[in-house]
Design a protein around this ligand. Sequence first.
Ligand SMILES: NC(=O)c1ccc[n+]([C@@H]2O[C@H](COP(=O)([O-])OP(=O)(O)OC[C@H]3O[C@@H](n4cnc5c(N)ncnc54)[C@H](O)[C@@H]3O)[C@@H](O)[C@H]2O)c1
Length: 343
Amino acid sequence: MRNQKILLTGATGYIASHTWLALLESGFDVVGVDNFANSSPEVLNRLQRLSGQAPVFEKADVGDAAALDAVFAAHKPAAVVHFAAFKAVGESTTMPLAYYRNNIGGLINTCETMRRHGCSRMVFSSSATVYGAPAPTDLPLREDAALSAVNPYGATKLMGETILRDLGAAEPDWQTACLRYFNPVGAHESGLIGEDPRGIPNNLMPYVAQVAVGRRAELQVFGDDYDTPDGTGVRDYIHVMDLAEGHVAALRFLLNGRESITANLGTGRGYSVLDLVRAYSAASGRPIPYRIAPRRTGDAAACWADASLANEKLGWSARHDLVRMCEDSWRWQSMNPQGFEKS
Ligand SMILES: NC(=O)c1ccc[n+]([C@@H]2O[C@H](COP(=O)([O-])OP(=O)(O)OC[C@H]3O[C@@H](n4cnc5c(N)ncnc54)[C@H](O)[C@@H]3O)[C@@H](O)[C@H]2O)c1
């Protein structure tokens, strides 16, 4: 694998920036592209500090065929990890066209550019959202569970998987890995990179982190009357560095073999909202005031992965527990209370 070059789209985003480091540590070369729609150029400075080398980066929109052509001509990547997408579920319901254009248009444009340059291996950022609102009897979720889209964002992930499956069926030289992430949280252990949402965080841990650091007064817990051990929603939280290692494993699988794969990346274990609040409070030494609010429509009571396929096929499994997820998130949040731009 040494010196094979991997193109990361959405490279300065939360998950991609951590994957970038994991790839460098595994001996890959990396070229990143991003249009900074939801990330900061400061990420590149942090990556330089962490890796001791200047990141190879091109500012480009994955919807811009000419810009991507230039990146492929200059860098000749052996494979692509396609992270670039919009990801806010609520926003996708109010701006569906923007989501379809960016997530589906961007994926098609990236695949067409790859094809023009003889590159046919892609890891695609899918999501547990493709399981819709799973019933308790579906848990733990296996890859062959029923799929459905419950919002436009979810529809773009389901359609993305379909596009890659159809492409592989039509053109057998394509090998793709659709990785269904569960709930990525935490940060690199250095505290130099982490999740830096713009505006009000959509996900639980960054919200809790901002309460702990004093940026927000209290957390709203949506529903405490679910059929779960403490009544609050249960999710499969996965440390972002474990997720990053999952991408390294998937790239090795694609580059060494002739098979495509669709696999869950989760820990196989669920924690409730209140488990997470308690663990974060312990890690940060700060109180996390919270208030119970009504359930949100569309939220499942519980969702966690059967992660055995990734273990069998990719030789990967998650290593970090909830305590470590909270400790690393808190290090990032307390070292960068206002995120990348203002720290
Ligand atoms: N974070 C999660 O909870 C989660 C869960 C499941 C799946 N995913 C998927 O993983 C991927 C990465 O998510 P993330 O949490 O790191 O999000 P993120 O917003 O931090 O990263 C996405 C990056 O893509 C960039 N981008 C968006 N549109 C672009 C375009 N047209 N051209 C170039 N760059 C563009 C953004 O600027 C951003 O840096 C996304 O595809 C997301 O849907 C995320």
